[in-house]
Design a protein around this ligand. Sequence first.
Ligand code: TEU
Ligand code: CA
Length: 555
Amino acid sequence: MEKTWWKESVVYQIYPRSFCDSNGDGIGDLNGITGKLEYLKELGIDVIWLSPVYQSPNDDNGYDISDYKAIMEEFGTMEDYDRMLFRAHSLGIKIMMDLVVNHTSDEHAWFVESRKSKDNPYRDYYIWRDGKNGKEPNNWGSCFGGSAWKYDEGSGQYFLHLFSPKQPDLNWDNQKVRKEVFDMMNWWCEKGIDGFRMDVISLISKKPDFQDGEVGQSGYGDPGCANGPHVHEYLQEMNRKVLSKYDLITVGECSGVTVEEAKKYASSEGTELNMVFQFEHVDLDGGESFKWNHNKIRLPELKAVMSKWQTELAGKAWNSLYWCNHDQPRMLSRIGNDSPKYRERSAKLLGTCLHMMQGTPYIYQGEELGMTNYPFTSMEEFRDIESINAYYELTEKGIIAPEEMFDYISYKGRDNARTPMQWDDSSYAGFTSGTPWIAVNPNYKEINAKEQMEREDSVFHYYQKLIRLRKEYEIIVYGDYELLLPDSRELYVYTRSYEGQKLLVVCNFTEKEIVWEIPQDLKGCVGRVLISNYGRDTLEESVTLAAYECAAVLY
Ligand code: TEU
Ligand code: CA
């Protein structure tokens, strides 16, 4: 297997709005990030994935971009950006930009032109269709509720928006659109950025027939645009015209991606991207009403999905590893245990379980502190368009009762991940000196970076060690993965093998003590414990694992 820096890196995701506010307006900003680079250096990460910082009317917190070459005013200026990039580089930290090019904002100059008339030169930059019998062109629903089509009075046609109506989809079949996007990417690369995380890149090539999709609970049809007919062709073109000219880290966010598709997107041939974000493990608790439920992710199923990706991509493509991001509730509150008693131990367990796998790990801001879901008490506390729209759509149609829907959103809503980073125990967790745009989790007095940096056995120092181990032991990066005990509902156990060495990873995902016999081929060898969340320095042949205990042992 070819060794590359991006396989050996650990990425840290920053959601700028909630990271650090430098000027007291309650909104995180670029100078706030610059001021915290030393913290990230201390943690030991290699790359920052920066969620969008471009000019945007913020219908979807920056995922609706109105100018790809300008910085959002609330976040600062291009000079602030350049300073941040320069400082990061001088500390040896790379910056990966979020590339949101499935859609733009409806306030982007291209769309402003496009909607002017049917013969405007920019008309074909977007996807316009005539209505059918006075209604939408087809039954497709948007990810954020309602139809995926919006009628434009002025020009008398509908435009497609797979997300909000303020996020019209670009027409990637138009080669002018592709050229504009590639030119813009080259412009950022020339500035010296180090990579791209590509937003819903699996959706850029639409189904050509625009047939109705299968109708779900919401009454709308599924657009089914993932992995469309030309997606690989367009990414190969992007690779030739942009990516191959620079030494970048690239990851495609690929909702609806299968293992077979991922082998094309992230092939080791290097013709498209380095890796993809797949969704199978975080969608395991999905149901009839999308993610709005109280379903639990079951360990055997989680292991099956994780292991499938580990083994099927081995040698053919590269994995990304993540539990959390700005779209997911805090994983600690979902598959860990966020009670005061087990919070830290289970946060370390989740870190170990993921970081000892093959792939490039992604840490989402606050995950390295064991930040938890927010205790929402009313709908007014939500800021996220997805949650708010889903609440009204499902309750108004009488599909889910309001109190029940509120509970689901509190548990699964994206705002759980978007509450401000908890820096210290001063007011608003040291995030801002003003009033934050979204509430701070009241547990910041117990959970904050300052306290954890001063305490040796904290989650922060544990993550620091996980990151360091990856740099010290090639087996963690390149070793082959094998799952043991696939049916166990308590233990997640796997091995990694590399050049005659073996790494054994044992995680007890329950509150119970579990006794486990270590496998025959490891018995008798004296393993070296690389990391443990329970102060363990050896694994006996028959080992009793405490609640949420984990260990990684080298043989
Ligand atoms: O997310 C795409 C995506 O798949 C999400 O809509 C996901 O289904 C949902 O958040 C799960 O609840 C990307 C961005 O990460 C997200 O923040 C944006 O809202 C979205 O694209 C539109 O740009
Ligand atoms: Ca600010």
